[in-house]
Design a protein around this ligand. Sequence first.
Ligand SMILES: C[S@@+](CC[C@H](N)C(=O)[O-])C[C@H]1O[C@@H](n2cnc3c(N)ncnc32)[C@H](O)[C@@H]1O
Length: 283
Amino acid sequence: MSVDELVRAAARRLREAGVLSPEVDAELLLAHAMGLDRAGLRRARVLREQVGPAVHGAFLELVVRRADRVPLQHLTGTAWFAGLELAVGPGVFVPRPETETLVRLALATLQDLTSPTVVDLCTGSGAIALALSHQRPDARVGAVELSQEAYRYAVANRARTGLEVDLRLGAAQESFEDWRGRVDLVVSNPPYIPPDAVPVDPEVRDHDPGLALYGGGTDGLELPGLLASRAGQLLRPGGALLMEHADSQSASVVGLLEHTGWRDVRDHEDLAGRPRVVAATRA
Ligand SMILES: C[S@@+](CC[C@H](N)C(=O)[O-])C[C@H]1O[C@@H](n2cnc3c(N)ncnc32)[C@H](O)[C@@H]1O
């Protein structure tokens, strides 16, 4: 079969299985099976290149697993985030494009500072910390993660990107004691989903680790609250906090920070216009 025929057939199958972007996923899976990037796959598609039996078999296996709603990134083994290709797989949260909003806000916050100190609480694959280190090579960036499995991905991603991040394994709410009071910016995309809001998408519900999703308490904000309190201890006076949350939690998160002594509390929208990242300054 030709590349084009295979992509069309796979996209049909993925669409029937409820996959949201069947055509893109089919292309990316075939590119992965052929060892090509997406541009190379597009070329092979236009030229109606034929696919040999080994690649055909490997591709069909990938399509079956994707139709079972295994995340695309678990099948390719990588996810793109803020211009970096990161290793991901079972046991680590797949970084999301919407979290790039937090990275953009962090870079804007840091723009007038020279050699700033930044801490990423709940770093997962290392996505935010590595993106900031990539964009701001003069920054001293630290990051902490509780899950051993996720931490291993963060270490692997630090090695594959060659970036410098002080990675630590442990509980974020007790981390970086040696940096207390000296941090310019704390960033975090913590677990924040309430216990009764189990995600509908099987890719998230069945494949992102529970530790990465649920924030604790009845509203999912138990850990985010503890992290804000830790951020208050780590930051220097005037230092900034940026934390992602669900759009439905906007009023609660803003209220939580305003009632615990933060100033200039402001919620920011993502590219879809939903309030997703709260910013605040340590008094
Ligand atoms: C929503 S994921 C975000 C990961 C990463 N920041 C990103 O944006 O892709 C939350 C992460 O927090 C980690 N985590 C949960 N509780 C933690 C804690 N108490 N201390 C440190 N990390 C924690 C989870 O293992 C998971 O990797």
